[in-house]
Every structure is written in structure tokens, then in C-alpha cells.
Write a protein that binds this ligand. Structure first.
Ligand SMILES: [Zn+2]
Length: 309
């Protein structure tokens, strides 16, 4: 009875939502990805050999996202579910467990990485920083995990997945090199990145930035006045010319920091919007992972090289 209900619900959603790209006679692998960052990687490797549904769109904060009934229906019908894991999608944990119990294969990409490559955080449940994708060399390892899972679920297409993975790895390698080279344009002591939340720990470690986020690793707890004042004092002391908002976090927190720095006599300005936890619109440069990484480093470097006005 429950499965009939899900079929009916899914049919209804497919009739009304453009996002549903699998037809009723589609015999391709049905794959669900949670964030559009994960979705972009799965699409790069699966190509049109898979029918992919991505649950979270541009601007959506994965820390706070709650699955809809439609999401749950999609997931229960999927052959494979890819998610980031390490508690990034903190409000979907139970759902992943339920899907696993039903026999749907779930793959938490960040959890496939060796623990020695992960950063820890005292203020985060689960204790591992989940934002691994912001280091392109770590995301290459996630690409291998996607290939492996797709090939295991659909061995007939294994050669195709392997070929696409090899091509995409090359792409990631070039992106990694680009970000590293651009970062080096900024003198080391000026490489300080001020953002909305602590998404950029791996980014900082890989590309040589000191990173400060107003909110912690998760956005679930909001920043208080003290956090704002401390960050403003830090900006003034280090004379950091720009700070950055993130596309998936409301800008008011960083706006408060900017004003507090200004009240202390230091004219910090916004350097633009970073894409940390969510990519931008599909069809725009920031709608892909590699485009997002390039956009981020370009505005960070250009902003930090600016003289304080
Ligand atoms: Zn985050």
C-alpha cells in the first residue's frame, strides 16, 4: 500500500515538476543527489547514462534543509543516493538511515575519504568538517567514489563511467592548479578570508589562506553580537580590505560585521558573493563546480589585492 502511494506521488510530482528527467520507460539507473555540488559531480561522471534528480537547488543551505515528501518518495525509488555526509545534511540523517534499511544504496562522499585527510572541529556534531569539496584535490577522491558506486550498480556502463571520470579528473586537476596559482598572487600575510560560516577550512589549508567564518562549521546556530564585534576587531587589527557573503547564508550577519568595522574607523567592503555550500544557477559560470571554484578564487584574490579605501 505504501509503495503504491509512493508510485502515485512520484507520478504526480513528475507530471508537475520539470526537474524530473526520468520517463516511465526509463531503464537507466535512477540516482538522487542531495546538494547541487554533489549533483554536479555525479552528473559529470554519470552523464546521460543515469537519470539524476538533485534535491537542493541554488542558494539552499544544506545544514538547514529538510527533505520534502517528494524528496523521500524520490529517494525510496532510487537505485543509488549520493550525499555529502559528515552531517552536512544534518536534518536528513534519519532519512538516509531509513533508505539504507530499505535496501537503497547510499553513498556519503565525504565519508569515503580517509580520516587522515579530514579536519576536525570541536563545535560541530560529528566532529569532522564536512566541506571537503572546497579543496579540489579532495574532490578528485570523491569522483573516484562516485565512479565506483555507479559502476557497481550498473556494470554494463562501467567503461563509460571510467572514461568520464578520467576526463573530469583532468578538469579538477586544472581547477586545483588555477586556484593555487591565483592564491599565490596575494602576499602570504594578506591571505585572510572572512566569510559567513566556516565552510572554507579545507580551502584555506589547500590554498594557503587563514580563514575566519562568522558562524561555525554549521549554520544551525546563529552568530551573536559578541561574534560580530570580535570579527570586526580582527578585521581592523589585520587591515583586511574585503569580506565575503555566501550565496546560501543570509547576508545580514556579514553586513553587521562590515558596519561594526566601519564604526571602528576601518572601511572594509564586500568583495562579492562566494559559493560555498551551494552552486549557482545551472547554465551560468557558477552553476558548475569548476566554475564556482574559479569564481571564488577570482573574487577573493581581486578583493584582497585591493588597497583599503
Ligand atoms: Zn556549510
Amino acid at each position: 500500500m505504501r509503495s503504491i502511494l509512493i508510485v502515485v506521488l512520484t507520478a504526480f510530482l513528475c507530471g508537475t515538476l520539470a526537474a524530473c528527467d526520468e520517463g516511465p520507460e526509463d531503464d537507466r539507473l535512477a540516482v538522487v543527489a542531495t546538494t547541487n555540488v554533489v549533483g554536479d559531480l555525479v552528473r559529470a561522471i554519470g552523464g546521460d547514462a543515469i537519470a539524476l534528480t538533485v534535491l537542493m537547488g541554488p542558494g539552499v543551505d544544506p545544514h538547514l534543509y529538510r527533505a520534502t515528501e517528494g524528496d523521500a518518495a524520490r529517494m525510496s525509488q532510487a537505485d543509488l543516493i549520493f550525499y555529502n555526509g559528515h552531517n552536512l545534511e544534518g536534518r536528513m540523517t534519519e532519512l538516509f538511515e531509513q533508505m539504507g534499511e530499505r535496501g537503497v544504496r547510499t553513498v556519503p562522499l565525504a565519508e569515503t575519504l580517509p580520516d587522515s585527510l579530514l579536519q576536525t572541529s570541536a563545535d560541530y556534531p560529528g566532529n569532522r568538517d564536512p566541506h571537503v569539496w572546497l579543496d579540489a584535490s579532495l574532490w578528485m577522491k570523491a569522483a573516484d567514489a562516485v565512479e565506483e558506486a555507479l559502476a557497481a550498480a550498473d556494470p554494463q556502463q562501467a567503461a563509460r563511467y571510467a572514461e568520464r571520470t578520467a576526463t573530469y579528473r583532468e578538469n579538477l586537476q586544472q581547477t586545483h592548479r588555477y586556484v593555487r596559482e591565483r592564491a599565490q598572487e596575494v602576499p602570504e600575510e594578506r591571505r585572510v578570508l572572512i566569510t559567513s560560516h566556516d565552510a572554507f577550512g579545507y580551502f584555506g589549508a589547500a590554498y594557503g589562506f587563514e580563514v575566519r567564518g562568522l558562524q561555525g562549521i554549521s549554520t544551525a546556530s546563529e552568530a551573536g553580537t559578541r561574534d560580530v564585534q570580535q570579527m570586526a576587531a580582527f578585521i581592523v587589527e589585520r587591515e583586511i580590505p574585503v569580506l565575503f557573503a555566501e550565496s546560501s547564508v543570509p547576508q545580514r550577519g556579514m553586513e553587521a560585521v562590515r558596519r561594526a568595522a566601519q564604526d571602528r574607523g576601518f572601511p572594509a567592503t564586500f568583495g562579492g558573493t562566494l559559493y560555498g555550500d551551494a552552486l549557482g544557477d545551472r547554465g551560468t559560470p557558477v552553476g558548475t563546480y569548476t566554475g564556482m571554484m574559479r569564481h571564488n578564487i577570482d573574487i577573493i584574490v581581486d578583493g584582497l589585492l585591493r588597497d583599503p579605501a
